[in-house]
Design a protein around this ligand. Structure first.
Ligand code: MEV
Length: 323
């Protein structure tokens, strides 16, 4: 049996603008998706998840191998199925598999659980087929998976799921940031499901309708990322928090915030957070607050405002695989 696990992610700066080639600062959080795969003697693919139920399929071999679904809801496992098909095609071999998926990343909450699923599935499947893929090959296959499922994406989520740590990312350039000091954040889940792909489409539409205004917002977000990284490195958390607030105003202008997110963000700021913004696609899902020494009061405030607060360890290890 091969097991691969990958972490979820939060954005300090840069979501949405990153899709259009502007830089982002992202970090891995201590919540993971775990994918375990065992080879079968036939062509069946049996997937089981405590949270999502089960799925049965059959591998149809060809130049582009596909999984024919026999039973279960393919939508729930869209990233996993696509990652399997693309890995089979890349490696040039395929096999039947028993697959178990578990996750403590809340699904559809903007913490990049789909990227973690894609990366862990690609890595586990390649290993089952005795193929050693490099980390950049895993990232690229997982990125292809996201593009095929949601048609538009950046490499941010899959890069963090693969490499972990703190990353600066722009297009396909990924830099690991090693000099990031310990930063304390509280993540608050609105418990409103967010659909990253619909938020990305919404921003694309806004960009088509108001190209120069939206380009200006993206440029500002890119600047916030670069200045934000410098301020974190200098431990100037007051400044970092302010920059996060400005980033939130940009996201709000792009139409991806929501009343629930604004409520949690407002509550965190009133409780002494240095700054707060949504993280990921928006429209629901999670916000993140930079808390300095006010973590307990921010936790309480987020809870009182109807959110689910989570204290997370940042910069954790990326992809892990074991036999
Ligand atoms: C979603 O986690 C982040 C977005 O920037 C989309 C992406 O980068 O693929 C909204």
């Amino acid at each position: 049996m091969i097991t691969a696990s990958s972490p979820g992610a939060i954005f300090f700066f840069g979501e949405h603008a990153v899709v259009y080639g502007y830089p982002a600062l992202i970090t891995a959080v201590d919540r993971r998706v775990v994918v375990s795969e065992r080879k079968r003697g036939d062509d069946r693919v049996e997937v089981f998840s405590k949270k999502l139920g089960s799925l049965s399929g059959r591998v149809k071999i060809g130049k582009k191998p596909v999984i024919r679904i026999l039973r279960g809801d393919p939508q729930k496992f869209a990233y996993l199925i696509k990652a399997l098909e693309l890995t089979f095609a890349e490696v040039g071999r395929s096999c039947g598999l028993n697959i178990e998926v578990s996750s403590d990343i809340p699904m559809g909450s903007g913490l990049s659980s789909s990227s973690a699923v894609s990366v862990a599935t690609v890595a586990a499947t390649a290993r089952v087929l005795n193929e050693e893929l490099s980390l950049s090959e895993v990232t690229e296959l997982a990125f292809k998976t996201e593009l095929e499922v949601q048609s538009i994406a950046s490499r941010a989520g899959v890069a963090v799921a693969t490499y972990g740590g703190f990353l600066w990312l722009r297009h396909n350039k990924i830099k690991r940031l090693n000099k990031i000091p310990q930063v304390k954040v509280v993540v608050g889940n609105t418990n409103v499901p967010c659909s990253t792909s619909s938020m990305v489409r919404k921003v694309r539409q806004l960009k088509e309708d108001h190209p120069s205004a939206v380009e200006c917002i993206f440029r500002l977000i890119g600047t916030l990322t670069e200045v934000g990284i410098e301020s974190i490195k200098k431990r100037d958390f007051e400044r970092t928090g302010k920059l996060m607030d400005i980033n939130q105003a940009c996201l709000s202008a792009l139409g991806v915030s929501s009343p629930e997110l604004e409520r949690l963000i407002g509550a965190a700021r009133s409780a002494g957070a240095l700054g707060a913004k949504l993280t990921g696609g928006g429209g629901g899902g999670c916000m993140v607050a930079l808390v300095g020494d006010r973590s307990q009061s921010v936790v309480k405030a987020v809870r009182a405002a109807g959110g689910l607060p989570m204290l997370m360890v940042l910069g954790v290890q990326g992809l892990k695989t074991k036999n």
